[in-house]
Ligand binder design. Structure first.
Ligand code: GDP
Length: 197
C-alpha cells in the first residue's frame, strides 16, 4: 500500500476552520516525542511532511493533510509535555477535545503509545477522555525497534491489563517502527478498510 499524493492543506487552532468536507478523517495524537511525526512521514513516504522536532510540544495546531484526494490525515499536537505550563496545556486540551468531540467526519483516532514504557499517566488520562466520550479509537505502539519483540509484547500486555480496568475491551492496536519502517501496511490497511466500510 502506498499513498501517492500527500498534501498539506491547512493548520488551525479552531477545529471549526478545518476543511469543509465529507471525506473520512483520521487523527494522530500522542505524548510529545512519541514518534508521531516520524510515523506520519513513514505512512506518507515523505521525509518531512510532519515536522519532526527536537523541541517537544512545538506543534500546537490542528494540521490537515489530504491523502490521494480520498481522506484526511490530521496531525494533532503532542500532549503531556511537563515543561509547558499547565495553562497552556489546558488550552491545547480544549482545542483538541473540541475537535475530537465535534468533527463530524472523524472516523478514528490513532493514539500513539511508546512501546518501551510502562503506562504513562498522560496517556491513561487521554484515553479516559476518549472512553468517556465514546470516541472511536485505535492504538499504535511506536518505536518497537528499541527492544525485542518479546519485550514489546510484554509491555502491550501490561498496557492492556491496565486499560481493561476501565474499558470493556481492548481497542484494535498496531505495532510500528519508523526506524525499521514496520507497521505501515497494517495501519494503511485498516484506514483503507474503514474508508470503504
Ligand atoms: P513526535 O514529537 O511525536 O512527533 O516525535 P518524533 O517523530 O519527532 O520523534 C521523536 C524522537 O524519537 C526522534 O528523535 C526520532 O528520531 C525518534 N523516533 C521516532 N520514531 C522512532 C522509531 O520508530 N524508532 C526509533 N528508534 N526512534 C524513533
Amino acid at each position: 500500500k502506498r499513498i501517492k499524493n500527500a498534501e498539506f492543506v491547512i493548520s488551525n487552532t479552531d477545529y471549526r476552520k478545518s476543511p469543509e468536507t465529507d471525506l473520512p478523517e483520521y487523527a494522530f495524537i500522542g505524548r510529545s516525542n512519541v514518534g508521531k511525526s516520524s510515523l506520519i512521514n513513514m505512512l506518507t513516504d515523505r521525509k518531512n511532511l510532519a515536522k519532526t522536532s527536537s523541541k517537544p510540544g512545538k506543534t500546537q495546531l490542528i494540521n490537515h493533510f489530504l491523502m490521494d484526494e480520498k481522506w484526511y490525515l490530521v496531525d494533532l499536537p503532542g500532549y503531556g509535555y511537563a515543561k509547558v505550563s499547565k495553562k497552556t496545556n489546558e488550552g491545547w486540551g480544549k482545542m483538541i477535545s473540541d475537535y475530537l468531540k465535534n468533527r463530524e467526519n472523524l472516523v478514528c483516532i490513532f493514539v500513539l503509545i511508546d512501546s518501551r514504557l510502562p503506562p504513562q499517566k498522560a496517556d491513561v488520562e487521554f484515553l479516559d477522555f476518549i472512553g468517556k466520550n465514546g470516541l472511536p479509537l485505535s492504538l499504535i505502539f511506536t518505536k518497537a525497534d528499541k527492544q525485542s519483540n518479546n519485550k514489546t509484547q510484554q509491555n502491550i500486555a501490561v498496557f492492556k491489563k491496565k486499560m481493561l480496568n476501565t474499558w470493556e475491551e481492548f481497542p484494535p492496536y498496531f505495532v510500528s517502527s519508523a526506524e525499521k519502517q514496520t507497521g505501515k501496511e497494517e495501519i494503511l490497511g485498516i484506514i483503507d478498510q474503514m474508508n470503504t466500510a
